[in-house]
Design a protein around this ligand. Structure first.
Ligand code: HEC
Length: 117
C-alpha cells in the first residue's frame, strides 16, 4: 500500500519535472526570437512598400497573385531570408545589387515584426 502511494507520487513528480522542462524550453525558444528597433522596422516598411509590395501585396497581404505570403515566413530563419532576398529565388529577382545588406536586414525586421498587432 505505502509502496503503491510512493510509486504514484514518484510518477507524478517525474511528470511534473518533464512538463516544467518543456515549458522552460518553450520560454527559452521564445527568447531566441530577435527583438527589433522601431526605426529598423519603420525603414523596412518603407523599403517594402517601394520594392516588394508589387508582388507580395501591400502590408504583406496577398494581392491575389499567389506570391509567397511573407506573414508566414519563419522568424527563426534569418539566413534563409537574407539569402533568398539577396540572390533571388525562382521567379523572384535578386536584390543584392539594389539593396544593401543593412536594408535587407531592415526588411527582415519588418517582415517578422512589422505587421504584428
Ligand atoms: C517580381 C515579384 C517579386 C518581387 C518584387 C519580390 N518578390 Fe519575393 N518572392 C516572389 C516569388 C515569386 C517568390 C516565391 C519564390 C519561390 O519559392 O518559388 C518570392 C519569395 C520570397 C521570399 C521567400 C523565400 C524563401 O526562402 O522561400 C521572401 C522572404 C521574399 N520573397 C521577400 C521579398 C522581399 C523582401 C522583397 C522586396 C525587396 C520581394 N520579395 C520582392 C516574387 C517577388
Amino acid at each position: 500500500m505505502t509502496v503503491k502511494i510512493l510509486k504514484s507520487l514518484f510518477v507524478r513528480a517525474t511528470i511534473c519535472v518533464a512538463i516544467s522542462a518543456l515549458s522552460c524550453a518553450a520560454v527559452l525558444a521564445q527568447d531566441e526570437v530577435q527583438t527589433f528597433q522601431p526605426d529598423q522596422i519603420a525603414a523596412g516598411a518603407k523599403l517594402y512598400a517601394d520594392n516588394c509590395s508589387v508582388c507580395h501585396g501591400q502590408k504583406m497581404v496577398d494581392a491575389g497573385g499567389g506570391f509567397f505570403d511573407l506573414r508566414t515566413f519563419p522568424p527563426k530563419q534569418r539566413p534563409r531570408f537574407i539569402n533568398s532576398v539577396s540572390n533571388g529565388k525562382n521567379s523572384m529577382p535578386p536584390w543584392k545589387s539594389v539593396l544593401s545588406q543593412e536594408q535587407i536586414g531592415n526588411l527582415f525586421a519588418y517582415v517578422v515584426a512589422g505587421e504584428k498587432k
